[in-house]
Design a binder for this molecule. Structure first.
Ligand code: NAD
Ligand code: GLY
Length: 368
């Protein structure tokens, strides 16, 4: 049974269903992991920033369950979400003689989680893994739903696999050590769920944005839980993004272009998504789907969350052309046509293409 301040959201995926545990003081409690299958080996994958904060505590919690327990510390940053870094995980697994029952634990933000998940999907054709997300972005989005992978120099998250974890452990206490910029980046993905799925949640975020920015524990707990519920519902309906799941990419088409165009790591993923949502909202308005007041409402909220609402210039010669070029390398693109997630102000998001001329107008309007 849950402790009073602990909650569980279930992801329903038949035999791959799993719980998302949400609460404080969870990740270093051995009881959190009691239901996981036993195994001789486990590998905690983390990074050089998170390791000194949390790795020893996770090790202590897991020691009794996994006799052959090791920790691998990767370099920190989006720029390291690469084949080379992924290989370090395979090197460690092989060097420690890890077998196919080995459990991987991803301790960190979305970069560690995406890479560890992909390593778990491919090591010996698949070993179990657990997500222990320590950023707001990872708790509300990346650790949930089974998208794993790495970047390619020509496109973000272009190499990867759908592979679900055994469980997700969202320890809200870990959010207290996050830099403010990272907290804001996570809020971008929280805000995203409002315009695509739940207008009452959007209103709740507007009412609680100051509390969220101040890391009020109750406000964060609700934001994580409601975000996970919405994501769980979408993923349960469309695990492999045959259609509906693409709405979770609201703001991401423009955002990924910003990330790739500036070089990964210049803008945080959440910052690019925040600005990308403003651009996608303007595109929705130009397509006649949403009114100017809703675009303004969203822009104000994104700004209050400490996120950029003006896009960077990616080319002096032809800025809009460079955005378009980058956006064609997107998993939603079909036959070279870019497809955007658009909103209608009534929380019914859709995916559609748009004339280049219209997209150019939006980019010109939104970039400095
Ligand atoms: P991140 O993993 O780079 O973490 C952000 C920074 O915070 C890093 O420097 C990290 O070391 C540090 N950090 C992590 N936890 C901390 C803590 N508790 N205290 C102090 N510092 C801490 O970035 P992110 O925003 O968590 O994730 C972004 C990544 O997630 C991107 O690569 C993005 O593509 C991916 N993503 C994936 C999905 C998915 O569905 N798989 C969804 C959204 C985003
Ligand atoms: N973050 C988008 C998705 O999980 O589909």
């Amino acid at each position: 049974m849950n402790a009073p301040d602990h909650q569980t959201v279930l992801i329903n995926l038949d035999d791959r269903s799993y719980p998302i545990a949400i609460g404080a003081a969870l990740f270093d409690d051995p009881l959190t992991y009691a239901e996981l299958p036993g195994a001789s080996s486990a590998l905690i994958v983390t990074n050089s920033t998170v390791a000194p904060l949390y790795a020893q505590r996770l090790q202590a919690a897991l020691q009794g369950k996994y006799p052959n327990l090791h920790t691998l510390t990767l370099p920190d940053g989006e720029a390291f979400k690469t084949w080379q870094t992924l290989n370090l995980i395979f090197d460690a697994l092989l060097q420690h003689g890890c077998d196919r029952k080995t459990v991987l634990f991803a301790l960190g933000g979305g970069v560690v989680g995406d890479m560890t998940g992909f390593a778990a999907a491919s090591y010996m054709r698949g070993v179990p893994f657990v997500q222990v997300p320590t950023t707001l972005l990872a708790q509300v989005d990346s650790s949930v739903g089974g998208k794993t992978g790495i970047n390619h120099p020509l496109g973000k998250n272009m190499i990867g696999a759908f592979y679900q974890p055994l469980m997700v452990v969202c320890d809200l206490a870990t959010l207290q050590t996050l830099p403010q910029r990272e907290l804001s980046a996570g809020l971008a993905e929280v805000i995203k769920y409002g315009p695509i799925a739940d207008l009452s949640f959007l209103a709740w975020i507007e009412d609680h944005i100051d509390a969220l920015m101040a890391r009020d524990a109750k406000a964060l707990a609700h934001a994580v839980k409601r975000s996970c519920e919405i994501k769980a519902s979408v993923v349960a309906q469309d695990e492999r993004e045959a259609g509906l799941r693409a709405i979770l990419n609201f703001g991401h088409t423009f955002g990924h272009a910003i990330e790739a165009g500036l070089g990964y790591g210049q803008w945080l993923h959440g910052e690019a998504v925040g600005c990308g949502m403003v651009m996608a909202a303007h595109l929705s308005q130009r397509l006649g789907l949403v009114d100017a007041a809703f675009v303004q409402r969203l822009t104000v909220l994104i700004q209050k969350a400490g996120l950029p609402v003006t896009g960077p210039r990616l080319s002096e010669a032809d800025n809009a052309g460079r955005y378009l070029e980058l956006m064609r390398v997107d998993k939603k693109a079909e036959g070279g046509a870019i497809r955007f997630v658009v909103i209608d102000g009534a929380a019914r998001a859709a995916v559609r293409s748009a004339p280049d001329a219209l997209v150019r107008e939006v980019i010109d309007l939104c970039c400095t």
